[in-house]
Design a protein around this ligand. Structure first.
Ligand code: PLP
Length: 383
């Protein structure tokens, strides 16, 4: 199915992501689940959330999964549960959704941002050591675009120094590193279920996964006012709960996740196979690489080209809508100027923000639309 949007012209617009199409894929089951939850009369942290947490923990191969309000909140709760607060530093990348950095800020800790590597767009492990200080309490490794970050290198560096490691898997549900699910390797894994994500709700949602009983317990308390028993706060907490409607919908989509990820991988393969010769012969653009021994789940399929503006306008003229992830690194954004630690050069990050472009990528994208995108890219770069 490919519900490309009517543009008013004879052609239809090919969009970058389409959660509405995903609803159509699962419509029958989702409609039934919504009716079931509405009838139950229990709408927040109930049986659906419990069942989703059990099923998601099984999918991840971990002891605990905890449903929360969003991916940002998952990161905030993970940091808080690990004891991160004022006076601490947390290292992550600048080439990420701003949410990764805002979650650090929410704890009162100082974000310290390091550069990415030029091949995989993820944290450059070689730059990590120079960013570590006695105040470094945690590192957030972001598995960006569905591509795995060098998590084992990060953990090796952190472990000997008593630093905790969090995996930001907002864009990487189903991604694997040496056969193990991203999120299940470090101290805590954090997920977003924003509608366009590989596992997307119909609203906001998030989850944390961990094998550590104490961390899991702390997150369960923190997400609901610190309550161990209703109305009695054992510790100070706040409200970041997953609701029953989202959990019921996520349970359905979780069952189809591997199949949906496979469709993304097949679309990526079609892009790769049709464009690699042109990329090589023209030298005008590069295709995404996959880190060895990992499964990339293509939340996004990202090209790099110095001719991005011209390419985007050519594609737009031909009713193909692309996006930029991300147009401005966090360290250059007005809200963060002067507030973060920058121990080294950010040249690769800054280059990426000027050259990356995300092609249409979602499980329901039709073969005909993929071909149209390939044809228009070939026309642009073949000139
Ligand atoms: C890498 C990354 N981290 C964190 C988040 C935050 O997730 P949410 O939008 O569910 O708060 C996102 C989502 O945009 C993301 O892409």
């Amino acid at each position: 199915m490919d519900r490309s949007r009517a543009t008013g012209k004879s052609a239809v617009m090919i969009v970058c992501a389409s959660p509405g199409d995903q609803y159509q894929t699962y419509k029958e089951e989702i409609d039934l689940a919504i009716a079931r939850v509405l009838k139950s009369g229990w709408y927040v942290l109930g049986e659906e959330v419990k069942a989703f947490e059990k099923e998601f923990a099984e999918y991840q191969g971990v002891k605990h999964a905890i449903g929360v309000g969003s991916g940002t909140e998952a990161l905030h709760l993970a940091l808080a549960a690990l004891g991160v607060g004022r006076g601490d530093e947390v290292i992550t990348v600048s080439h990420t959704a701003v949410a990764t950095v805002s979650a650090i800020e929410l704890t009162g800790a100082k974000p310290v941002l390091v550069d990415i590597d030029s091949e995989y767009f993820t944290l450059d492990a070689a730059k990590l050591e120079a960013a570590i200080t006695p105040r470094t309490k945690a590192i957030i490794a972001v598995h960006l675009y569905g591509q795995a970050a060098p998590i084992h290198e990060v953990i090796a560096m952190a472990k000997t120094r008593g630093i905790k490691v969090i995996e930001d898997c907002a864009q990487a549900t189903g991604t694997q590193i040496q056969g193990v699910k991203a999120g299940s390797i470090a101290d805590v894994g954090c997920f977003s279920f924003y509608p366009t994500k590989n596992l997307g709700a119909i609203g906001d949602g998030g989850a944390l996964v961990t094998n550590d009983d104490d961390i899991a317990k702390k997150i369960q308390l923190l997400r609901q006012y610190g309550w161990e028993n209703r109305y009695i706060s054992k510790i100070s907490g706040w409200n970041s709960r997953l609701d029953e409607l989202q959990a019921a919908i996520l349970r359905i989509k979780l069952r189809g996740l591997d199949k949906d990820n496979l469709k993304r991988i097949q679309i990526a393969k079609a892009y790769d196979e049709s464009l690699s010769a042109l990329a090589k012969s023209t030298g005008r653009f590069t295709l995404p690489k996959v880190r060895p021994h990992t499964l990339h789940t293509y939340h996004l399929y990202v090209l790099q080209t110095a001719e991005r503006d011209a390419l985007m306008s050519h594609l737009k003229t031909n009713d193909i809508h692309c996006m930029i992830h991300y147009p401005m690194p966090v360290h250059l954004q007005p809200a963060y100027l002067g507030k973060i630690g920058l121990p080294g050069s950010m040249s690769t990050t800054e280059k990426a923000s000027n050259t990356v472009i995300s092609l249409p990528m979602y499980p329901e994208l039709s073969a005909a639309s993929v071909k149209t995108v390939i044809d228009q890219l070939s026309r642009f770069f073949g000139k």
